[in-house]
Write a protein that binds this ligand. Sequence first.
Ligand SMILES: Nc1ncnc2c1ncn2[C@@H]1O[C@H](COP(=O)(O)OP(=O)(O)O)[C@@H](O)[C@H]1O
Ligand SMILES: [Mg+2]
Length: 220
Amino acid sequence: MEIVFEKVTKNYGPINVFQDLDLKIAPGDFVFVTGPSGSGKTTLIKLILNQIKPSSGDVLINGVAINHLRSKNEIDKIRRKIGVVFQDYQLINDLTIEENIALNLDIVNYPQNKIPSRIDEVIKMVKLQHRHFLFPSQLSGGELQRACLARALSIEPEVILADEPTGNLDAANAWNLLKIFKDINKKLKTTIIMTTHNPDFVDSLNEKVIKLGKTEHETS
Ligand SMILES: Nc1ncnc2c1ncn2[C@@H]1O[C@H](COP(=O)(O)OP(=O)(O)O)[C@@H](O)[C@H]1O
Ligand SMILES: [Mg+2]
């Protein structure tokens, strides 16, 4: 999946987050999005998810300006190729890890008879073999984030958007998670777009970096 921003400007009322931002992410890229708090990292993720619209400019996915799409069907079709990992996990607390993943697969109409084997596969990829029957409250932060990655992966996405996935993890767990993301990118060719505060990550992997501006500034 190719993701292109063409002269994207985003304002929230008087706050200008970016101005005429151009960028291009090719299929299979691993891209870090860095910048201080308030620089627009989450905004960039939400624009790709079509959760918010640019104030001007276009967000193109495989050449289609998604911000102009009207058909819910077409929007859903693109949305289903994108997996998301959040800093605060967003798992459902009264479902086990495997039930959380199954729910995600249900939502995208994954073939019912293939759901159990798909859950096994993704659980193995993130090395949670002895944890999948537990509830979120029974897992450590590192395990929770791997569970979220398994959930994101389950739908066989072309792209995974990860918004500060290591933000709540200690260094050892953060590096461990980063390595799993890296392996997925390498083996499955899944595009990874990861926002992070951590300059060590960005320095350690020789990957593309999108640097967003300083803190917000007022328009006009
Ligand atoms: N829904 C919103 N309404 C108004 N301002 C917002 C909204 N979302 C984000 N902002 C502002 O936009 C700027 C960028 O926010 P965000 O994308 O969350 O930055 P980051 O993820 O890099 O910390 C911040 O100044 C933030 O306060
Ligand atoms: Mg953010």
